[in-house]
Ligand binder design. Sequence first.
Ligand SMILES: [Zn+2]
Length: 120
Amino acid sequence: MKELTGTCLFCGQTQLVNAETQKQADQLATENCSCDNKLKKVRQCSDNIHTITGTEAQDIGMEPVTEKVVEQLQELGKLVVYGYIEAASIKLTDSTITLKAIKGATSVSRKKVLSAKLEA
Ligand SMILES: [Zn+2]
């Protein structure tokens, strides 16, 4: 570990952090930055994921998922907000959840496909 100047990926503010590499320093500076932008987006994305997967999901006809899955989805959401990945899609037993960066925002969608097939 050494003291490096990390730069926030969103607002460009710099701060001294203890890190091994410049990439890690920039990541830490971004995660710890005081700018409203990133914090707001991560919180909104996490709230949206919770709404679409938690107990409120029953209101839209979907099953709530376990808290562990919600947490992992929120971690993936952070990666999208930070720009490390563009999108992530997770297949659940009854539906598919997709997190995607769209024009500076992070969309959270959950699709449940119902189909029927009859043969004679
Ligand atoms: Zn910042």
